[in-house]
Design a protein around this ligand. Structure first.
Ligand SMILES: [Zn+2]
Length: 408
């Protein structure tokens, strides 16, 4: 049983960038999944199927009332990231293991999206609890937050816009296989039967095409339709791979373009059928989607109060050095008694000076404004906005904000 949670919605547009809003794409992805789970006969419900504002409480209530508070309920919370980075992440709850999260991330990788990592995140003020309410407040269900990519990253935004169905399909496939359902690829639909109330416009929206396209395919000279009319429609379930085109600028070399896009010069030449290394200004080059993984660059720039996931080869000393802190502080912050680290373990990185405990979660109450909250915790409006990736001053009652509390 699956609850598909389209993150954000209504006045809460979530992250934005490159002309896209997170809440729109989480809805598109979620609705696509719902249709596909229906086709496959896998029980699934949506937390929202329109551009609706939901408080965290309302969202949790819908999740728990969909199929009850049961470990057999899988919650797929769809999100897009922002704040500098590229690629997909999956965050799983403290009460679950990482098996499904890993499979989903691998699936997204095979669908052409760069992937970063799977991880858990703990509440700084109480490390026995999950950081995200979708993990923390959803009983014994199995919730996964899928961050498909960074909406404020141009490459990710482009890929998500073009490939969101492909990515959603990959998640559906992974879940179907993991939970023992028979998976069949999406039906390719070539025909549409006109229903009462249909217009060319709403059919085109429904099928992700245009009015012109439908008219052309069916040689229609007018917009008139009749109920039961069979229309030819484009294969709306086929998803296309899109490559990014790059126009050569003055000073560019094959090497500089390749390294900027995380691919090899050979691959770049191969994709573009280049026999020599010569480029001309204005020339269009196809930049293939990176098959590659992870950009460690952003991972290393971790803000204070962040979680670090222990990797192979790490020691307390190397981590302390990396984050400009001491082994003692690291051990104290994380209540580590011996010096043993396990790969995948989450470590809270103490900030220099103030302690992590200074970041708290404030739940927005009626009457709150960014200004009043900033006064309460002796911080600034900008700081709160930055910490929470807010690009508006609008708050929703029940919204959870990270606030850095400064002591005078
Ligand atoms: Zn989000």
């Amino acid at each position: 049983m699956i609850v598909i949670d389209a993150g954000h919605g209504g006045v809460d547009k979530g992250a934005s960038g490159n002309g896209l809003f997170e809440s729109d794409y989480t809805l598109l992805i979620s609705k696509y999944m719902k249709d596909r789970f229906d086709e496959l006969g896998i029980p699934a419900k949506l937390t929202r199927d329109s551009d609706e504002t939901l408080t965290p409480n309302e969202r949790v209530n819908r999740i728990l009332s969909a199929y009850g508070n049961d470990p057999g309920v899988l919650v797929i919370s769809n999100h897009l990231n922002a704040g500098g980075g590229e690629g997909a992440e999956v965050i799983y709850a403290l009460r679950n293991n990482d098996t499904l999260a890993k499979s989903i991330l691998e699936g997204l990788g095979s669908a052409g999206q760069p992937v970063r990592k799977v991880y858990q995140r703990r509440l700084p003020s109480d490390q026995t609890k999950d950081y995200y309410f979708i993990h923390r407040n959803t009983g014994v269900t199995e919730p996964l937050i899928i961050e498909y990519g960074f909406i404020d990253n141009q490459n990710d935004a482009k890929r998500i816009k073009n490939n969101y169905k492909k990515y959603a399909e990959e998640v559906v496939k992974t879940i179907a296989n993991a939970k023992g359902f028979t998976y069949t690829p999406p039906r390719v639909q070539n025909e549409y039967v006109v229903e009462r109330g249909d217009t060319l416009w709403n059919i085109s929206k429904k099928l992700d095409t245009t009015v012109e396209e439908i008219k052309k395919l069916n040689n229609l000279n007018s917009n008139l339709l009749y109920i039961g009319q069979v229309l030819k429609v484009p294969n709306y379930n086929t998803v296309t791979d899109t490559n990014i085109t790059y126009v050569v600028k003055k000073g560019d070399t094959l090497y500089s373009i390749a390294s900027k896009n995380n691919i090899s010069v050979n691959r770049l030449k191969e994709v573009n059928n280049l026999k020599t290394d010569d480029l001309s200004i204005g020339q269009s080059l196809i930049i293939p989607e990176t098959e590659s993984i992870v950009l460690p660059k952003e991972d290393e720039i971790i803000n204070e109060g962040s979680v670090y996931v222990v990797e192979k080869g790490d020691t307390l000393y190397s981590i302390a050095k990396k984050f400009n802190t001491t082994v003692d502080k690291l051990k104290e912050t994380n209540s580590i008694i011996n010096d043993i680290l396990t790969i995948g373990m989450n470590l809270l990185i103490p900030s220099s000076g103030s302690t992590l405990q200074d970041i708290i979660i404030h739940t927005v109450e009626p009457g709150d404004s960014l200004w009043s909250i900033s006064r309460k915790y002796n911080t600034t409006v900008n700081d709160i906005k930055q910490l929470n990736n807010l690009d508006t001053d609008l708050l929703v009652v029940g919204q959870e904000l990270q606030v850095k509390r400064n002591t005078k």
